[in-house]
Every structure is written in C-alpha cells, then in structure tokens.
Design a protein around this ligand. Structure first.
Ligand code: NDP
Length: 278
C-alpha cells in the first residue's frame, strides 16, 4: 500500500479560511491586524519567502508592511527600527527575515523584538514559555507540523517521534512540542552515530536537515508517518530531505515537498499575528 500523501496546502487553506473570519471579527472591533516584515539584502530564497508571507496576509485581509533594507544596513540601524516598531501601536507582529548579513548579530536582533510582537516565536521569552508549556507564540514551522499531524488524526501520546536536525528554528522546538504532547522524543543530528538505527524506530519521523535524499526507504519503519521539512533546490526543482518515491512505499503517510510543511508555516505566522492583535 502506498502512503497517504498529506496535503499541507489543503489543510493550510481551510485553516486560513477560519483566520480570515477572525480578521473580519477583529475589524468589526476596529482592530486591523498588521504584520511588519523586515527584509535585509537580496537573498533570492528570502525574497520569495517574504513574498509568500505578504500574499498570504493580504488574502485573509490582514495588513502587511514590507520594509526592505540594503545589505549594508548596520546592526544599530536595524535595532533602532525594531525599537520604533515595538512601540508602534498599529503594528502587531514583527518578523525579521533570517538569515541576516554576517555583520549583524542575529541573537541581538531576535532579543530586541518585543515578546508580545514576536510572531516568529524565536525570542527567548517565547522559547522559555514553550519549554514550560505556557501559552505563547509558538515557532511557525514546528507548530505547523504539529497541527498537520493532528489534523491527520495521527495519535501522538506514547508514540516514538524521531527528529533529525536540532536547529533553533525547526528541529529543537518541534521535538519540544511533541514532548509536550506526551510523545517519546529522540533527537538526531550530524554527530549521531547510527542515524538509520534511530530513524527506523520512529512512529513519526520528522526530518529537518537540508540534505536531499538523506532519508531512504531502508531507514523508515513500515507504516511510519514521515514529515519532510527540507527545502532543497536540485536541478531547479524543489525537493525535500526524504527520497519520496521509495519512502512512499514504506510509510503510511508522507508530506510532499513542496505542498507539505511549507504552507503550514505561513499559516501559523498568520495565526500568531492574529493572536498578537487580540
Ligand atoms: P540548519 O542548517 O540550521 O540545521 C540542520 C540540522 O541538520 C543541524 O542540526 C545538523 O546537525 C543536522 N544535520 C546536518 N547534516 C546531517 C546529517 N548528515 N545527518 C543528520 N543530521 C544532520 O537547518 P534548518 O533547521 O534551518 O532547516 C532544515 C531544512 O528545513 C532546510 O532544508 C530548510 O530549508 C528547511 N526549512 C523549511 C521550512 C518550511 O517551512 N518548510 C522552514 C525552515 C526550514 P548539527 O546541529 O550537528 O550541525
């Protein structure tokens, strides 16, 4: 039996319809939710992500403002801009598109964003609250993955979730969210001794690395749920970290790239911005 291909686009679309209604309700109360995105430099991938975010915001009736700055922008200029946005009552969410140019300290910038406008969920206050299970802005890709898995009615409590990748924006927090849902969580990374031995134990396998075809069919337990977060460009085509064609024959469910996790990420950003406006 071939795996069910999880339609992230479809799940994202129906969630966004609900968000659109929420925006309409807020507008009735004279609150116009607004997301401000700061983009520094000309990185093509970042430009395309930012465009996607703007378009999605507009589609649900949310205001979005894109501030484009040249690659030479100094750290202190950026910090001043953030300070200004922090106190601007018309702005509910602030997102600084990463990665930043080398000469700007990413953590300083993340720390500068007011936690109540931290719609990316990267501020240490947000991360700490997530860690202790308090309500907060959850990071968008991890929360999108959790939502997608729940939407597919996949049981989580007591299941073995194996996460490959331990970045601050995907791997580490996604494991934490599933732990908070009572999964048993294993983290793997570049120093993991026998990756296949770990991934073969996964009931739910989440892969966020950035290496095409890292995960092949022999590394997946029959009937596992496979979530492919990777976005890689190979011969001008987008592919994930999982060898889709072969793993599809082993797994019970699998996310495609594109059209899996990606649309959920933006949806959770919209969700966070609406929460911020509330
Ligand atoms: P990072 O580069 O920050 O992290 C990659 C992680 O993979 C690291 O923890 C690294 O280990 C680990 N790793 C590298 N090589 C191996 C290996 N051979 N075996 C096991 N682990 C390995 O990436 P991100 O977390 O930011 O992103 C991961 C992927 O997800 C990228 O392709 C990115 O484009 C995509 N992405 C997709 C999003 C979406 O919305 N769909 C959103 C964000 C990212 P170590 O820590 O030891 O170095």
């Amino acid at each position: 039996m071939m795996a069910v291909v999880i339609d992230g686009k479809q799940v994202a679309q129906s969630y966004r319809l609900k968000l659109k209604e929420e925006v309409a309700r807020l507008k009735e109360q004279r609150i116009q939710p607004k997301l401000t995105v700061i983009l520094i430099g000309e990185d093509p991938a970042s430009q395309s992500y930012v465009r996607g975010k703007e378009k999605a915001a507009q589609e649900i009736g949310m205001d979005s403002d894109l501030i484009r700055l040249p690659a030479e922008t100094t750290e202190s200029e950026l910090l001043h801009l953030i300070e200004r946005l922090n106190v601007d009552a018309s702005v509910h969410g602030i997102l600084v598109q990463l990665p930043l140019p080398q000469h700007i300290d990413e953590s300083k910038v993340i720390f500068a964003i007011a936690p109540e406008k931290d719609v990316d969920g990267f501020h240490p206050v947000s991360v700490g609250k997530m860690m202790i299970g308090e309500p907060t802005f959850l990071p968008c890709t991890p929360n999108g993955i959790l939502h997608l898995v729940k939407e597919m009615n996949v049981p989580i409590a007591g299941r073995h979730v194996v996460v490959v990748g331990r970045s601050q924006i995907v791997g580490k927090p996604v494991g934490m969210l599933f732990l908070n849902e009572s999964a048993t969580v294993t983290y793997c990374h570049s120093k993991t001794a026998d990756l296949a031995a770990m991934t073969r134990q996964a009931d739910i396998l989440i892969v966020a690395v950035g290496v095409p075809k890292l995960i092949t069919a022999d590394m997946v337990k029959p009937d596992a749920v496979v979530i492919d977060v990777g976005v890689n460009r190979v011969d001008g085509k987008l592919v994930g970290d999982v060898e889709f064609e072969t793993v599809q024959e082993v797994a019970s469910m699998i996310t495609p790239v594109p059209g899996g996790v990606g649309p959920m990420t933006i949806t959770m950003l919209l969700h966070n911005t609406i929460e911020a406006a509330k």
